[in-house]
Design a protein. Structure first.
Length: 65
């Protein structure tokens, strides 16, 4: 009984995957200048956040040169 349910599930999943493959891929949207600036600022904020986490952790070793 359980195997019958699993068989039906596999068949439906296969048909859904096939239908997804047949759909046209979306048109790639070009990025505007403001989008590029936003992406860069997000990356910069993430990098700063990671750097501060490392600097603030008690296990990090810092060297004064």
């Amino acid at each position: 009984m359980v195997m019958l349910g699993l068989g039906r599930l596999v068949v439906t999943l296969k048909s859904k995957i096939r239908s997804l493959k047949l759909k046209k891929p979306y048109d790639k949207m070009e990025k505007s200048d403001s989008m590029r600036v936003e992406i860069r600022s997000r990356k910069a904020r993430k990098l700063i956040e990671e750097t501060l986490k490392i600097a603030d952790s008690p296990k990090s070793k810092t060297f004064n040169l």
